[in-house]
Design a protein around this ligand. Structure first.
Ligand code: PLP
Length: 434
């Protein structure tokens, strides 16, 4: 067996994980991943919230294979190919009202870059407002509007003309029991930042409807409605970054639908094609028209195989009612985790929308982030055959974001492993203290 782990060490630029023991995937199906030694893992991270229809969904694979037999690449912005046109039409049907024109790229950051560029060209304005604790990708422009300090510790200075406002992170706000007051203060701060921290030349406000890498922060119900009123007053566009929250992940096709607000530009990636590389930004025709010939292109963007996979993926999401499933399963998991929370002091808060769930771990009443503990929980889960993520602005949030096709029985198994991981950790802490 080739030593893939060693080859990664020697030849791949691995620049992310610190503590987790790498597993080497051999194959995957639904919510189960099998490694090269034949060991199975229950996947509650879905390749960072990507394979919403499950690993290797047969319908998606069949569509991709059929397209591969016809043409793999056509440079979709110079020549045309049917799946790309069909997917753009489908996006126009799915996206919030009025957003009917799409540009396809390959990954989330690329789509964010395109959306930022388009917003500037359309408005003729230069600045942006973004949320603290947000994450929009690893390219320079995307990092420039990323508020999550941990994701941009090195590599600055970033682009000028970006002002940050607090995220509606109710749990860590001064009003943990009063989401309405948290929203009021967020709105007030936005008004202040527009007035005092920008030159008023603001193209767009960018936000994730549910903040993923920031720690699965779910804004209060009225947050975006109140924010949008201020944006409208100042003629500031709203870019919704649904790279992580889109495609049924939160119980709606797009998370912004929970908030009754229509963005001007919708950015998507991850869950769009069940693991095939593809991203998109979708907007109104008059905004799209700000791109003149020669302004924007992506060699691989709108790749026919990825677009064919995306069309099949969306059909699966709709046919298998995966939004409903995400809503029901999500509510169940949150309820069960809140029961576990009752006898686990380490769990500060359980929150989520659909199957986008975060468990924030804290050491004490001052909410000191329990970072090592979150990593220990993830590693214990891994040892016991469960994949979960760890993230958050402070690195202390265990993330549960399984493929939406996961069964109730598999969720029960995952919850049991998680509960045991918390128990094991508590036991180790008691032992260390005695
Ligand atoms: N935007 C959000 C909300 C994300 O969660 C991510 C990735 O995690 C990105 C953008 C960047 O996507 P990618 O890693 O595909 O560039």
């Amino acid at each position: 067996m080739p030593d893939t782990v060693q080859k990664y060490k020697d030849f791949v630029i691995t620049s992310f994980l610190k503590s987790v023991q790498p597993i080497v995937f051999e194959k995957a199906s639904g919510a189960v991943v099998t490694d090269v030694n034949g060991r199975e893992y229950l996947d509650c991270f879905a390749g960072i919230s990507v394979v919403n229809a499950g690993h290797n969904h047969p319908q998606v694979i069949a569509a991709a294979k059929a397209q591969m037999d016809k043409v793999v690449h056509c440079a979709s912005y110079i020549y045309h190919c049917q799946p790309t046109g069909d997917l753009a039409e489908k996006m126009a049907q799915l996206a919030p009202r009025g957003l009917t024109k799409t540009f396809f790229g390959n990954g989330g950051a690329e789509a964010i870059e395109g959306a930022l560029k388009l917003a500037r060209l359309y408005t003729g304005k230069q600045e942006f407002i973004a949320l603290q604790t947000s994450f929009h990708g690893r390219s320079w422009g995307a990092l420039s509007v990323t508020g999550n300090a941990g994701r941009k510790k090195r590599g600055g200075p970033y682009a000028p003309g970006v002002a940050f406002v607090p995220a509606p992170y109710v749990y860590r706000s001064a009003w943990p029991k009063d989401p309405d007051e948290c929203v009021r203060q967020c709105v007030r701060t936005l008004e202040d930042v527009i007035r005092f921290s920008t030159s008023g030349d603001i193209a767009a406000f960018i936000a994730e409807p549910v903040l993923g890498e920031g720690g699965i922060i779910v804004p209060p119900k009225n947050y975006f409605r109140e924010i949008k009123k201020v944006l409208d007053q100042h003629k500031i566009l709203f870019i919704a970054d649904e790279v992580q929250s889109g495609f049924a992940r939160t119980g709606k096709m797009f998370a912004i639908e929970h908030y009754g607000v229509e963005p001007d530009i919708l950015v998507t990636a991850k869950g769009i094609a069940d693991g095939f590389p593809l991203s998109a930004f979708t907007t109104r025709p008059e905004i799209a028209a700000a791109f003149k010939p020669g302004d924007h292109l992506s060699t691989f963007g709108g790749n026919p195989v990825s677009c064919a996979a995306a069309l099949a993926n969306i059909e699966v999401l709709e046919k298998e009612k995966l939004s409903e499933r995400s809503r029901e399963h999500g509510a169940y998991v949150v309820e069960r985790l809140r029961e576990i929370q009752k006898h686990t002091p380490l769990i500060g808060e359980v929150r989520g929308l659909g199957l986008m769930i975060g468990i924030e771990l804290v050491k004490d009443a001052a909410l000191t982030p329990a970072v090592a503990e979150a990593e220990a929980v993830r590693d214990a889960c891994l040892r016991n055959g469960l994949l979960v993520g760890v993230g958050g602005a402070y690195g202390n949030v265990v993330r549960v974001q399984p493929p939406l096709v996961i069964s109730r029985q598999q969720l029960d198994q995952a919850l049991k492993i998680l509960e045991n991981a918390f128990r094991e950790l508590a036991g180790a802490q008691v032992k260390a203290a005695s």
